[in-house]
Design a binder for this molecule. Structure first.
Ligand SMILES: [Zn+2]
Length: 194
């Protein structure tokens, strides 16, 4: 079994990532580039099965069906979009797919100890699209419901140097919605959307 070196889901670099096998079938990755994550090393874990992907990202199979829908959530001329905007749009265009993945992986809005913005399948799919050159990302402030992350990824199509970024909070203002999780958000995540 070959363990592919993983791209850090926080800073999107593989340069300082090391791995360690844990006894319970998990593989723990540590990104030592603390400058990229508020002065802390960043640690995440995958099952050994997830870690055997060959393209440097985990869980290729389960993220396949997310690639096209996620591309539809990021317009060609848009600014860099805070991660939460992309996920929110996915929940609108493909509520079925969104809820199905959350049913399998959990969501921090339903259980605070669950997967975060940086290790969800949605993030892994975005990292795949970036590695294929279809998206570019920067790191910026995490806002509103996502602010527990401190920093989070922002996503855009390639080819617009110097473009601005749009935070989740500002997006929520323009949408006339709460920047924190709502009962409707939780219902959508549970697959109970009307
Ligand atoms: Zn990192």
């Amino acid at each position: 079994m070959i363990m592919a070196i993983q791209t850090c889901p926080r800073c999107f670099s593989a340069d300082d990532v090391s791995m360690q096998r844990l006894p319970d079938g998990l593989v723990r990755y540590t990104c030592a580039d603390a400058r990229q994550h508020d002065g802390h090393v960043y640690v995440w874990e995958l099952s050994a099965r997830q870690a055997t992907g060959t393209a440097g990202t985990a869980a290729e199979g389960v993220t396949d069906e997310l690639l096209d829908p996620l591309m539809r959530c990021i317009g060609a001329h848009e600014p860099f979009l805070e991660y939460g905007i992309v996920e929110y749009r996915l929940s609108k265009v493909r509520p079925d797919l969104y809820a199905a993945h959350i049913r399998e992986q959990g969501h921090v809005m339903l259980e605070p100890s669950s997967v975060t913005a940086t290790n969800s399948r949605f993030s892994l799919a975005l990292v795949r699209l970036r590695s294929e050159g279809q998206l570019v990302s920067i790191t910026g402030p995490a806002t509103g419901a996502w602010s527990y992350n401190g920093q989070v990824s922002y996503w855009a199509r390639p080819g617009a140097p110097g473009r601005k970024s749009l935070t989740w909070e500002d997006f929520c203002l323009s949408e006339g919605r709460e920047p924190m999780w709502t009962a409707a958000d939780r219902a959508t995540a549970r697959g109970e959307a009307a």
